[in-house]
Design a protein around this ligand. Sequence first.
Ligand SMILES: Nc1ncnc2c1ncn2[C@@H]1O[C@H](COP(=O)(O)OP(=O)(O)O)[C@@H](O)[C@H]1O
Ligand SMILES: [Mg+2]
Length: 366
Amino acid sequence: MSKNIDVELRNIQKRFGSNVVVDNFNIQIEQGECVSFLGPSGCGKTTTLNMIAGFLEPDQGELLIKGKRMNGVPSNKRELGMVFQTYSLFPHMTIFENVAYGLKLRKVPKSEMTARVNKVLELVKLPHVAERYPKQLSGGQRQRIAIARALVTEPTLLLLDEPLSNLDAKLREELRDEMKRLQQEIGVTTIFVTHDQEEALYMSNRIVVLDHGKVEQIGTPWDIYNRPASEFVHTFIGKSNRMLGVIEKVDDSGLRLRSDAGIQLFGDLRNKVGPGTSVSIYVRPEKITLHRENRGTSGVNRVNGTVKQTSFLGAYTECEVEVGKYSIMVRMQSTQQESALASGQEVYLEWKPEDVFVFPREGQGS
Ligand SMILES: Nc1ncnc2c1ncn2[C@@H]1O[C@H](COP(=O)(O)OP(=O)(O)O)[C@@H](O)[C@H]1O
Ligand SMILES: [Mg+2]
């Protein structure tokens, strides 16, 4: 079965002066896919999107849309729909006119135009605001109209640059649900730029993690979270506890590690590191089980410590536990009992070797 590739980046590079802000970007995006570009502010997400949109030309590399080379092709010839962080609606036009704008430019006949505008307004669940002006809508509604305007021309590709960043938390979640539903319903190929890891996990078929203009990893949300290609990816996505240590032994049963707090730990062979390597050792807060009673220390990855503080966060409770020189964060589902955990109380922590992530430390080979 051959895949339909809607977008392809081949060795795309962009410099501003001597500053390389996008380096060697390669990806093929399939028809109907939603791919997120995720990374901290300044990592090159918008610059890459602007090259795909035709607002910027790459210094090197090739860009293809539907198999056609797009380098040098003006933006309005690329069949795109775009939504940005700030609402870019025309203030002096009604919502209907705003949404109709792209169709008017394309000289779509009036009756067809009306039908199509009404259809996308239905799609974003705002059919009743057609005669209003942008300033009469809430931020969330304006952003939905921006999405409607981007979709009305039935673009090959939908480009979204942090479209939710200006909304408050509750609205952000609502619109996120809505966008996912729309994206799947219409099946439009989408590139979604965000610095918010949860948004990326939620929205995407695949995520591209970027750091300083370099692609760190491309993978499904599951891959990115559970099989991070680098320490950067692991720590950027979700919380994780870090300890330093050294690999003592590698055999068929896995890795034996010694942390610099003197604790013996075990990892599995997914981590490709040899004996003697100095490493960063990670375990995520939700992978640790906390016990009140001593279960012995003979099992794997069992340590004891004292409770420093607990924080009730509704659905879950976080507990900070002092283990030697480290402060280990444990996240558990809230039950009736967490409130009974007192500061200074001795507790016992346990986690599985498969939940241990190990990365060689800077300047150390693997
Ligand atoms: N027009 C420009 N001239 C010079 N530097 C720029 C320009 N646009 C962006 N940059 C720089 O390129 C890097 C990437 O920027 P950008 O793509 O906007 O990052 P992101 O969208 O991931 O926050 C940043 O260091 C930024 O300062
Ligand atoms: Mg940006």
